[in-house]
Design a protein around this ligand. Structure first.
Ligand SMILES: [Zn+2]
Length: 232
């Protein structure tokens, strides 16, 4: 009998393949998951399996409490972080984690990525936020859950659908979206923003942020109520 989760697994698999294709990870680094909100399950990459050998049926399906519903392999070691985000960020349908070079560089510098230009403002209207560094106590408790909590703390007064990305200090980026396709797109966008910001800061360490009027203009024309970017 065909799995009721086949389409979900296919979409999750395709998003995972997009991670190395966009140069966002080597070997087994990184993972993507997709949510089926009606069924209350996610499909995520199995732990430690390289992208080359990854098959659709290797994807692991779990409920939002982390119980495996379908799949023979162990799920990604970051699964608990994904689940914290799904349980807390309403409307999010996909989560991606990578160790992409420039975004991870900023995360290791423990620095938000300044909104220097319109490329950035086309996607989010503020600096890419960076979490606090995890305490020793939190590392000892439940590391992956605590990683999710760090992100939630950082988003206590942010809209996750307006700012669909974060740097986890000392670790790397997490991105998300209404769909897993958007989440992996945001992972690629974040890496590009991180790279451009690095070049900007290298050329001028005191480079100014984009003025608020330009941030507003660029963000709103793509994401505002009267958006007019692209085709109908
Ligand atoms: Zn990681």
């Amino acid at each position: 009998m065909a799995s009721p989760y086949r389409e979900l697994k296919e979409r999750s698999w395709a998003a995972n393949q997009e991670i190395p294709r966009r140069g966002l990870a080597i070997y087994t680094f990184g993972n993507a998951s997709a949510l089926d909100a009606d069924r209350g399950v996610i499909a995520i990459k199995p732990s430690g399996v390289a992208y080359d050998g990854l098959a659709v049926d290797d994807m692991v399906v779990l409920d939002l409490e982390g119980k495996i519903v379908e799949g023979k392999l162990r799920p990604s070691s970051d699964t608990a972080t994904h689940l914290v985000l799904y349980r807390s960020f309403k409307g999010v349908g996909g989560v991606v984690h990578t160790h992409s070079t420039y975004a991870t560089g900023w995360a290791q510098a423990r620095a938000p990525i300044p909104i220097y230009g319109t490329t950035h403002a086309d996607h989010l209207a503020e600096d890419v936020p960076c979490t606090a560094v995890m305490s020793d106590g939190a590392v000892e408790r439940d590391y992956e859950v605590e990683t999710g909590r760090q992100i939630l703390q950082c988003f206590s007064d942010r809209d996750p659908l307006h700012t669909p990305m974060v740097l986890v200090a000392g670790h790397g980026p997490f991105t998300w979206g209404k769909t897993v396709e958007q989440a992996v797109y945001n992972a690629a966008v974040l890496e590009e923003l991180a790279k451009i910001a690095f070049v900007t800061r290298t050329l001028d360490p005191s480079a100014a942020r984009l003025p608020g009027s330009l941030i507003h203009k660029h963000f709103e024309r793509k994401h505002g109520k009267r958006a007019y970017y692209g085709q109908e």
